[in-house]
Design a protein around this ligand. Sequence first.
Ligand SMILES: Nc1nc2c(ncn2[C@@H]2O[C@H](COP(=O)(O)OP(=O)(O)OP(=O)(O)O)[C@@H](O)[C@H]2O)c(=O)[nH]1
Ligand SMILES: [Mg+2]
Ligand SMILES: [Zn+2]
Length: 393
Amino acid sequence: MWEHIRADQALRQIRKEKKSAPKEERVRQKGWASHYGEQGETFDDLDLPDIERVVPLGEQERRRANTMRVAGGAISPSPDLSAPPVAHKATEASGTVIEVSQGLCRVSLTEGDSLLCEVRRSLKANDTGFTNIVAVGDEVLISRNGAERGYVEAVLPRRSVLTRPDPFYTHLRQVIVANVDQVLVVASWREPAFWPELVDRYLIAAARTGLTPIICVNKVDLAEDPAEPQTVLHAYCEAGYTVLLTSAQNRLGVDGLRRLLQGRTTALAGLSGVGKSSLLSAVEPGLHLRVGEVNERHHEGRHTTTQSSLHRLAEGGFVVDTPGIREFGLSGLRRRDLAGCYPEIAMLHGDCQFEDCMHMREPDCAVRLAVRRGSVSPMRYDSYRKILASLPG
Ligand SMILES: Nc1nc2c(ncn2[C@@H]2O[C@H](COP(=O)(O)OP(=O)(O)OP(=O)(O)O)[C@@H](O)[C@H]2O)c(=O)[nH]1
Ligand SMILES: [Mg+2]
Ligand SMILES: [Zn+2]
């Protein structure tokens, strides 16, 4: 009964918001794979250790290809949370959309079951600026038609959206997943080798979307020196990030990961083959996610996980392992704003001689001094320089 009351109240509120919400302006987007250039390698005045040099054969090419891929899409830096659509029918229950495919979606109901639902045609008619009306992660109100099928009657206001330009209608955006609270940035220590620049790109993209990032470095069982991952990752702890070292294979760090996921909706970000599905299966064996083999030649897994789906965790919360998250990008980030995305660099900015110091070649730069003295990690500074070189203007 309380659900009926809550649903009616929510519907009234949505209709009110929908009426008063200003019409969204449609802006034609530029192509989203083109602006990323290779201007980076001229800034070598510090003689820092080149992290890319100590990588396996073929790794440079793989990284270049992946960087291009990651630079391609974008998580909307200022999510458009415009009023969601609503149909005009009495609703019976509420739940969370865990899978979507062509007008049908599976809704995980509050009481635990899941129900296949059709999306009301009237919802499609509403103009939200997004090409998909209902996305994975959406909280929805549904009505039932017999025991087997339901109808999505309303999409409740979203807390957050991860979006990318629609591949066909590039002036519109697609919601990859809604209502995410945090991003688990998964990297592997080996196979594929740990890549700080990519981790940093994910951290920046998460922060710009208002999501809390957690760094998870998996496959630490493959470290030749077991202490090495900890030493390398110390820089991220110092910068204030939560860092987890895990081995899905040996179940190391899995309990800690389970605790971090509990009660929240978490999106997984990370290259193919780093072990995202393996980690989720270790956290919750019932999830039955497909685990793929890493491609031997390029150390690059084929993308085994191809459909976005949300998984309800037994101890509360959801996880979403979506290929769309691989397209995390930094589009719209200006060069002068990059330093602000590195907490340990941003902290020193006021000590540089020049107010507009980019911490590259300028004299009396407090950041470069800190790198020389070892209080800012050369690894993080190196990735700052590489990302800076890749940003337009
Ligand atoms: N040695 C080792 N291998 C692991 C570990 N975790 C995963 N693997 C292996 O790494 C490979 C890729 O794992 P997946 O879980 O499929 O990786 P994924 O990130 O989900 O890949 P996509 O679905 O393609 O994005 C599989 O062969 C796993 O068995 C680990 O902790 N240690
Ligand atoms: Mg997977
Ligand atoms: Zn400086």
